[in-house]
Design a protein around this ligand. Sequence first.
Ligand SMILES: [Zn+2]
Length: 228
Amino acid sequence: MSISTDARELQPELVRLRHELHQEPETGLQLPRTQEKVLKALDGLPFEITLGKSTTSVTAVLRGNAPHASATKPTVLLRADMDGLPVQERTGVDFSSKIDGAMHACGHDLHTAMLAGAATLLAERRDQLAGDVVLMFQPGEEGWDGASHMIAEGVLDAAGRRADAAYGMHVFSGLEPHGRFCTKSGVMLSASDALTVTVLGAGGHGSAPHVAKDPVTAAAEMVTACRS
Ligand SMILES: [Zn+2]
């Protein structure tokens, strides 16, 4: 059967998993109930599983068994973030969050379920895989730097050598039609960061603003210029 037919067959199970994840959202780096659900979804599949030490991450390696695979076979990493947000859910859907003050409001429940689905589809095709696959189930995406914890614990080399490529994705509601998949070459998703700039001016008397150096005007100009 084709991979899309197999994926469609998995759909009810993945929807159920997504709803379970949605009902029990966890935030930050410690997501024990989410980790439990991921491990249950991977149970019985031929993955080498490593759990995070400083977080509840899950790393799962699938060894490709294609007959033509060489010793230098490539490694591809697929990543899904798993954490929810400190948001009160008021959507009214029948699988709403049961945790007060926490919600999967960014769609990471979908990402987690999708990667679990990919795990099943890839495992079924293990004998056709010319390389290894690393699944990276990451906690703490929402400002907790979860990826760096996993990198420090070796996720990029989980298959025994550095991953040749890594893919992440994010669901996107409201701006694109249902069913559309968007991508581009190079980097695509943003990251937030902080920088500190000190703008020094020179004070003056209100009667002679033209001889002062107003740092507020300069700072405002800088903000506008940074956007272009
Ligand atoms: Zn997100």
